[in-house]
Every structure is written in C-alpha cells, then in structure tokens.
Design a protein around this ligand. Sequence first.
Ligand code: PGA
Length: 265
Amino acid sequence: MTKSEYEWNMSKSKEKKIVVANWKMNPSGIEEANEIFSAIKKSAKRAKNATVVVCPPFTYLHSAKKLYAKSNIALGAQDVFWQNSGPYTGEISPGMLKDSGAKYVIVGHSERRTLFDTDEIVCKKVGAAIRSGLVTVLCVGESARDGDGKYFQFLKEQILSSLKGLQKRHLEKLIIAYEPIWAIGKDAKNSILPRDLHEIVILIRKILSDHYKAAVASRVKILYGGSVAATNAAELLLQGNVDGFIVGRESLSKEGFDKMLGACL
Ligand code: PGA
C-alpha cells in the first residue's frame, strides 16, 4: 500500500458509517414495529460513529417520526414516485415522504426491479428524489456472477442509466448501494467476500469519476447490502472499504441489529 493509499484508508476509517435498516414489508403489525423502533433507538444511542437510517413500510413512518424526534436516527422510505401530485393511484411523492419525516429514500431495490421498476423508471425516481432534497440510496447489483466478468459491464450500465440527467451537484445527495441479488435474503448461500467487495467499490468509484469529476465522485458514499450480520460486518467494512450497509433481515432482529451495529464500531 502506498503512503497516500494508507492515508486515504485511515481517513475513511474515521468517517461515520451509514447503516440503513431496510424492513421491506415487515413486520406485520404496528405493535411489533414500535418494539423494534424502540430497540433500534437504544442500539443507535451507543453507535456514535454510525448514522442509522430506518426505512420501514410507509404506514409506520408517522409512528417512527414521533419516537425518533429527539434521537440520532434518520428515517427513510423504501420507494418513491417521480411526480409531486396528480392522478397516480397508489403512489407516494417525494414531498409526501418528507412530510412523513423521511430524509432518505431507497430507489431501485432489486425486489422492486423484479416487480415493476425498469432502468428508466429507476432513473426518473432517482432524479425526482434527489431534486426534492431526499438523500437517495440507489441500489444496483447483478443477479449472478460469470467467469468472464460480464457483471462489471452490467453494473456500469445499471449505474449510468440510473444517473442520466444528473449533474455533479446532485451527487451530494446520492448514495450507491451495491446489493448483488445472489447475496440477498434467506435463500442466499453466502454474503460477498471482502476482497470481491473491495473490487466492486473501486469499479463504482471509477465509473463515477470517469463520468463526473474524480473529486466529486470520491465523496459519494458506497454501501453494501446482502446477508450483513454481526459475524461479517467488521471485515466487510474494513477490507471491503465500504461506507456502510443496507441491512434487511438482521434489522428486524433486536439482538442481531444491536450486535451488528456494535461490530461497526
Ligand atoms: P438481507 O437483505 O440483509 O436480508 O440479505 C438486504 C436487502 O435486500 O437490502
């Protein structure tokens, strides 16, 4: 490692980590949601070097907003629509999310891409969310890995197609979450290896700096998501060189999330 690489690593390791709890469509009732909200509040109090962002289903945001009013936890949503108002039955606008207390929004999660969200839709959502001032967590990731590294090209196209029309200044509100589909959820056999994650982090920074200015691109936070738990969090952070995580299943387990945050210290 060169001296400047070492210095860069050291300064990165001191930066606050971002841990996004993605609850997906869980838990099934508000009582249980409130219990988990309270447990996360306690855990986050101790995690001084992490920004904890809780992304519950839309209908729980209101309750969380009250509970987290004076805490160090930020709220986020799991999706957003790109129009501000109008005849769009079932959709929720960036402004509505902000009114509900959300400061962050996840866009382009693979589970949404499987249902409805094409690259074009993801791009519209990213643009609208960022322009409205929401910190936007753009999820990207391949469904499988091939021996020829075609997934590198896939990732490049996925990232660039989502950022079409965005300018340098918009990158300040952008976070990229690398979530390989094969590592997500209960059917995943493994999480990613830290060295493979590091390779992807370098690739994402290169894609951003080729497209925008290197100095701006280097400030974009990169998260990892896919089977993150207390057992792998520390090495993924340190060796994978990410700025934090998106955590699914483990964010619904009071004990598991607490231990995982502890491992990020
Ligand atoms: P997981 O999900 O932590 O349960 O693998 C992560 C995600 O889908 O964001």
